[in-house]
Ligand binder design. Structure first.
Ligand SMILES: Cc1cc2nc3c(=O)[nH]c(=O)nc-3n(C[C@H](O)[C@H](O)[C@H](O)COP(=O)(O)OP(=O)(O)OC[C@H]3O[C@@H](n4cnc5c(N)ncnc54)[C@H](O)[C@@H]3O)c2cc1C
Length: 362
C-alpha cells in the first residue's frame, strides 16, 4: 500500500488526501491548524470565465475541467458526509456602473470569451430582469451562465469528515522539512506556508485579501452572483442559499500582515457593493475577515512532480476553491505514476533556474 503524506489541511490538501485514500493509499495529513488558511476566508466562486486575467490564459483548460467536475464532486462530498456544501447553480452577472466601468466590462468580455465558456452581452434592461436588485444606474453587462459558487467553509468541514471516514490520519506537528516525513509520496499543499518548507522553499507569496460576510434577515437577496466595476474598482457579491452574502475583495501585496482590515477597506467594499445592489445597505454585517491567497510569480499554480517522492500542489492564488476537483484528480494521477500533459504549464520547477521535471526524476 502506498504511504502518502500530505502537508496542509486546507481544502486542497484535504481533497487530495480524500481522493488518495479512496484510491487505496494509507494517507496522513500534517497540519497544526487545519482550516486556518485561505480556504476559510474564500468567497467560493467557481468562475472559469469571469476569473480570467491577462497573462493567465494557460489556466483556462484546468479551470474549465475543474468547474465542470464540481457538480459531481459536490454530490460525492454530500453523499460521503450528509452535509450540503452550498453548491449554487446560479449564473454570474458582470456589470459596470458608469460609462468607464461599462467600457471595462466590454474589454473584459473579449478575455472571458477566449476561454470558450458561454458569455452573453446584456442590455441594462436585460441585466435588471436577470437580477432585479441591481441599481437602476447600472449600464448593462455580461452574463456568464457557467460561473457558479460553493460555500468554502462547509466544503472544508465536509472534506475533513470525508477524509476521516476514508481512513485518513491527522497529525498536528508542523512540518519544516519534507524529507523528514516517513512516506512513499509527499504532497506539499501548505498554501502560503509552502514557501517555508525545506528543501524546496517553493515560490509562493501571500496576497492579502479582505472579505465581508453579511446576512439578510427577511430582505430580498440577489439571485445571481454579481460582479462588477464601480468607478474602476472591481467588486463581487456572492449570495448563499442560507441568506449569507459575501462581498469581496481587496488585494494587497503586503506580506503576512495579519492585522484586522482597515476601516477604509471595509467602507470601500460596502460602498461599491451598495452602489451596485442598494438593498445590501439593509443587511447585517456579520464578519470582516482577512486571508492570504497563495500566489506564484506568474500567478499559475505549482502542480506537478518535484522529485520521485515529492509532489507540489500549491500556489492556487485566487482560484483554489474552483480548482479543488481538478487538483485532486491531477495529484491522484501523479501518485499513480502518470505524467499528465495537461500539467505542463504548472511545472513546479519553472522558477528554479536550470531545473526541469525530467532532470529531477533522474
Ligand atoms: C479574500 C479571498 C477570497 C478568495 N475567493 C476565492 C474564490 O471566490 N474562489 C476561489 O476559487 N478561490 C478563492 N480564494 C483563493 C482560495 O482561498 C485559495 O486559493 C485556497 O483556499 C488555497 O487552498 P490551500 O488548501 O492551498 O491553502 P490554505 O487554505 O491556505 O491551507 C493551507 C494549510 O496548510 C497549513 N500549513 C501551512 N504550512 C504548514 C506546515 N509547514 N506544516 C503543516 N501545515 C502547514 C496551514 O495551517 C493551512 O491549514 C480566495 C482567497 C482569499 C484570501
Amino acid at each position: 500500500m502506498t504511504r502518502v503524506a500530505v502537508i496542509g489541511a486546507g481544502s486542497i490538501g484535504l481533497a487530495i488526501a480524500w481522493r488518495a485514500a479512496h484510491a487505496g493509499a494509507a494517507v496522513v495529513v500534517h497540519d497544526p491548524a487545519p482550516g486556518s488558511g485561505a480556504s476559510r476566508v474564500a468567497a467560493g466562486m467557481i468562475a472559469p470565465a469571469t476569473e480570467t486575467h491577462y497573462g493567465e490564459q494557460a489556466l483556462a483548460p484546468l479551470m474549465a475541467a475543474s468547474a465542470d467536475a464540481w457538480p459531481a464532486f459536490a454530490a460525492d462530498l454530500e453523499q460521503a458526509t450528509g452535509l450540503d456544501v452550498g453548491f449554487c447553480d446560479v449564473p454570474t452577472l458582470v456589470v459596470g456602473l458608469d460609462d468607464a466601468d461599462r467600457a471595462e466590462v466590454e474589454h473584459q468580455a473579449d478575455l472571458y470569451r477566449a476561454t470558450d465558456r458561454t458569455v452573453d452581452t446584456l442590455t441594462p434592461r436585460a441585466a435588471r430582469q436577470t437580477e432585479p436588485l441591481l441599481s437602476h444606474r447600472v449600464r448593462g453587462g455580461l452574463l456568464a451562465p457557467g460561473d457558479r459558487a460553493v460555500d468554502p467553509r462547509v466544503v472544508h468541514k465536509a472534506l475533513i469528515i470525508a477524509a476521516e471516514h476514508a481512513g485518513v490520519q491527522f497529525h498536528t506537528a508542523p512540518v519544516t522539512d519534507t524529507t523528514a516525513l516517513d512516506a512513499d509520496q509527499t504532497v506539499i499543499a501548505g498554501g502560503c506556508g509552502s514557501a517555508a518548507l525545506e528543501p524546496w522553499r517553493l515560490s509562493v507569496r501571500p496576497v492579502r485579501g479582505v472579505v465581508l460576510r453579511l446576512r439578510a434577515e427577511g430582505q430580498a437577496v440577489p439571485r445571481t452572483t454579481v460582479r462588477g466595476f464601480v468607478k474602476g474598482h472591481p467588486i463581487y457579491i456572492v449570495t448563499r442559499s442560507d441568506g449569507e452574502i459575501v462581498i469581496g475583495a481587496t488585494s494587497d501585496e503586503r506580506g503576512f500582515d495579519t492585522r484586522t482590515a482597515t476601516a477604509g477597506a471595509v467602507h470601500d467594499l460596502l460602498r461599491h457593493a451598495i452602489e451596485l445592489v442598494p438593498e445590501i445597505a439593509e443587511y447585517h454585517l456579520d464578519e470582516v475577515s482577512v486571508g492570504f491567497r497563495p500566489a506564484t510569480p506568474d500567478n499559475l499554480p505549482l502542480l506537478g512532480r518535484l522529485d520521485a517522492r515529492t509532489i507540489a500542489a500549491t500556489g492556487h492564488y485566487r482560484n483554489g476553491i474552483a480548482l479543488i476537483p481538478a487538483t485532486a484528480t491531477a495529484v491522484a494521477a501523479l501518485i499513480a505514476g502518470e505524467d499528465p500533459d495537461a500539467l505542463r504549464p504548472f511545472d513546479p520547477h519553472r522558477f528554479t533556474p536550470g531545473r526541469t521535471v525530467k532532470e529531477s526524476h533522474q
